[in-house]
Design a protein around this ligand. Structure first.
Ligand SMILES: C[S@@+](CC[C@H](N)C(=O)[O-])C[C@H]1O[C@@H](n2cnc3c(N)ncnc32)[C@H](O)[C@@H]1O
Length: 322
């Protein structure tokens, strides 16, 4: 009986209007929120494109300027400090698992076959402590390791002492490169050019080191991919700590990271990750790029068979010089 009365009341036109209105007003705020969220996302996407375009334009405009400045000096000093003071890491040769995986990772990053490396002339530009110089020598290549850091070069010399053909060379990518460097079957540079303050200028400096028919491989920091929101968290974490440690000495920054690790303040915690976080936080210059920008440089300088063998925020790119 009660149900029947309810149904009858619902049929009265005025009551229907009220019910419809209530349904609509219940839905409107929800729809509006989704609509608003989409518009805000479009706005953020637009701003991201603008920032990205402006950064790549600035990089093109400054490539011929001499880029020595307090930030580029601080960045190089930071790497010297890092190679001298944080010898162990999950991602360095001190770690057994890293050593086991590194040669295969070279093939994964470049898309080159294991057998390709035997007897090839390879240069590791910005070799740091030489983890990948070692891995490429292990694959049979004749490796030259080049970096601005004396401490890094000492480390790589020790790491590669088992390979008689291994050489080291001190270079600064912001200056003329030594003529005696010669040319190589593979010019490899992992995580380096975006720390120079002049990524495009440094790119242009190393192109002539590639033999005709040889390869150029780069790993360059990438901007977060706009549809992968966790990548924004990752980049923002670095920015947060860069700001927090902005006026600290390198020793103080290292201590702040160690304390943060003990208090589990990072997204990934553990002593073996202190080195990686110092590497990401302490240098003042860390330019982020988009793949299209780097692909454009490869094309402009006559590279063919340009490939990105690994899907990742960071840009793993290889091309053949013809
Ligand atoms: C993040 S580390 C990468 C080291 C190594 N490629 C690796 O993957 O372990 C960057 C390296 O680039 C070197 N570097 C930075 N700016 C440089 C410059 N202007 N000239 C030469 N090397 C530079 C630093 O000394 C440092 O060893």
């Amino acid at each position: 009986m009660k149900r029947r009365i309810k149904e009858t009341i619902k049929k009265i036109p005025f009551v229907q209007d009220v019910l419809n209105l209530r349904n609509r007003t219940n839905k409107v705020p929800q729809n509006m929120n989704i609509e608003k969220e989409n518009l805000m996302k479009a706005k953020i996407d637009y701003l991201e494109y603008q920032v990205s375009n402006l950064s790549s334009l600035v990089r093109l405009m400054i490539d011929d300027l001499k880029m020595e400045n307090p930030y580029s000096r601080q960045t190089r000093d930071s790497f010297n400090f890092q190679w001298g003071n944080i010898p162990e890491s999950r991602h360095l040769l001190s770690n057994e698992q890293f050593r086991r995986e590194a040669p295969d990772n070279i093939c994964l990053f470049t898309g080159l076959d294991r057998n390709w490396f035997a007897g090839k002339r390879v240069i590791d530009i910005g070799c740091g402590a030489g983890r990948y110089s070692w891995a490429m020598a292990k694959l049979g290549a004749e490796v030259t390791s080049a970096d601005q850091s004396d401490k890094g070069l000492q480390e790589v010399q020790n790491a590669c002492s088992e390979f008689p053909s291994h050489k080291t060379m001190k270079i600064n990518l912001l200056e003329e490169l030594p003529k005696e460097l010669g040319q190589y079957d593979l010019v490899w540079s992992f995580g380096v050019l975006h720390h120079t303050g002049n990524t495009f200028g440094a790119f242009k400096k190393i192109v002539p080191l590639v033999k005709d028919g040889g390869y150029l491989f780069l790993m360059i920091y990438g901007e977060p991919r706009y549809d992968i929101l966790t990548e924004y968290e990752e980049v923002n974490e670095y920015e947060f700590w860069r700001h927090k440690t902005r006026n600290m000495s390198m020793n103080e920054t290292l201590e702040a990271i160690k304390t943060g690790m003990r208090n589990k303040q990072f997204r990934i915690n553990g002593e073996e990750y202190v080195h990686g976080y110092f590497d990401a936080i302490s240098p003042k210059i860390n330019d982020l790029h988009r793949p299209e920008e780097i692909i454009g440089w490869f094309q402009q300088y006559g590279f063919k068979d340009i490939k990105i063998p690994l899907a990742s925020r960071n840009i793993f790119i290889i091309g053949r010089r013809v």
